[in-house]
Ligand binder design. Structure first.
Ligand code: GAL
Length: 383
């Protein structure tokens, strides 16, 4: 009897100990398993977490494009709702030295985590070395920061997929699988200092190149290199000027050389292309070439509703912001943030564990469900 009691007591103790060893999941940490993530979170800092007034620095590249104002607003709102204090700064209009100073100020001002969308991904080595020295983890936001071992995580959309989706839209709309063409296309992408451009343009060209090689798609200007297609600062006036040059050199127009499609990596660039096609070549909604974009900017959605842009790629910045807030939370609690890619993004110091959100094709056919019903925009904003 005594032996039986001792045995029962021993069983109770073992079971009790085992359950004590299991920690309750941290509040606010994502329940999504970190696929393939076995990295140490060596950047973890202690004493933070929602509830304390821990300061988080959010550095955005420019006030001049709708996208980043939206991202900044979302990040601030979500981080504050999670109990953080937020130091949100915009680097003027893509000004690298200003972004450097702002990041330095965030470090000296006591931020415990930095979330950075870089103007130029290769120019932040020195402030980020200071962050590392001070034990402040850095999350690269949307754009990867290159050649710095201070970057702990990267949160973005699947940038290759964005390019592939744009190109596949053109392939399908022109019916390239069954229609032998030839069709004329011109190619536009974004800022050469934005690492995303390699993925947007690379993804698109992986789909288009076979058709170009077969002669089904023709680039009359011959400008097929990424450097030739790039647009400094993703600037609308610059893409308009290049499109105007192409129009006059190739004599594009409804009664001139036919232009079947224009690949544009994003909306700010597409808006310049639209301006040029309308004002310098006389295109209208009736004969408008297929034109791609990205971001579902208000100006581009208005163009789309008028038949002056064909497609955009919707990247719900609310999703990205929430994802980053869960990353910040996990880092500050010393737990592993949710990541879903450990293969794609090497910043020159090794692979940066990443979370890639899903981009979605947006056209006149589904914009209501995507943008209006989801509360991203009101119907009025797009009038
Ligand atoms: C990219 C970003 C795009 C677009 C572009 C111009 O890095 O991924 O969504 O906004 O910058 O700002």
């Amino acid at each position: 009897m005594k032996k039986l009691l001792i045995l029962m007591l021993a069983i109770v103790m073992v079971v009790g100990l085992a359950s004590c060893g299991k920690e309750a999941p941290a509040a606010g940490s994502s329940s999504t398993a970190a696929a393939g993530s076995s990295e140490d979170n060596s950047a973890a800092v202690t004493g933070g977490g929602s509830g304390d007034t821990v300061k988080v620095g959010v550095s955005m590249p420019t006030k001049s494009l709708q996208r980043w104002n939206q991202d900044g607003d979302n990040m601030k709102k979500e981080l504050e709702a999670a109990g953080y204090e937020v130091d949100l700064q915009y680097a003027g209009d893509n000004e690298v030295p200003l972004q450097v100073t702002q990041i330095e100020d965030m470090i000296s001002g006591g931020c415990k985590v930095l979330v950075i969308a870089a103007v130029d991904g290769s120019q932040l080595g020195s402030p980020l070395a200071q962050a590392k020295e001070a034990g402040i983890p850095v999350i690269a936001y949307d754009r990867l920061i290159m050649n710095s071992d201070a970057v702990s995580y990267y949160a973005t959309f699947d940038n290759t997929k964005v390019g592939e989706m744009q190109a596949q839209y053109i392939v399908d709309a022109l019916g390239l699988e069954t229609n032998k063409g030839p069709f004329n296309i011109e190619l536009f992408t974004g800022d050469p200092a934005d690492n995303n451009v390699n993925f947007f343009f690379g993804g698109a060209m992986s789909v288009l190149q076979p058709y170009i090689d077969d002669g089904v798609l023709v680039v009359p200007s011959g400008q097929t290199e990424q450097a030739q297609a790039s647009t400094e600062g993703w600037n609308t006036e610059k893409s308009q000027a290049r499109m105007e040059n192409l129009i006059s050199a190739q004599k594009y127009g409804p009664s001139g050389t036919k232009l079947d499609a224009v690949l544009s990596s994003n909306d700010s660039v597409a808006q310049g292309i639209t301006n040029a096609l309308v004002t310098s070549a006389g295109y209208t909604a009736e004969n408008f070439p297929i034109l791609t974009g990205q971001d579902c900017d208000v100006a581009s959605m208005k163009n789309m509703l008028k038949g002056l842009q064909t497609v955009s790629i919707f990247k719900d910045t609310r999703t990205l912001a929430s994802q980053v807030v869960t990353m910040v939370d996990a880092i500050l609690k010393g737990t592993e943030p949710s990541i879903n890619d450990t293969a794609t993004y090497d910043n020159g110091t090794g692979i940066i564990p990443s979370f890639l959100c899903d981009p979605v094709v947006c056209t006149i056919d589904n914009y209501k469900a995507l943008l209006i019903d989801s509360g991203y925009y009101t119907e009025d904003q797009l009038q």
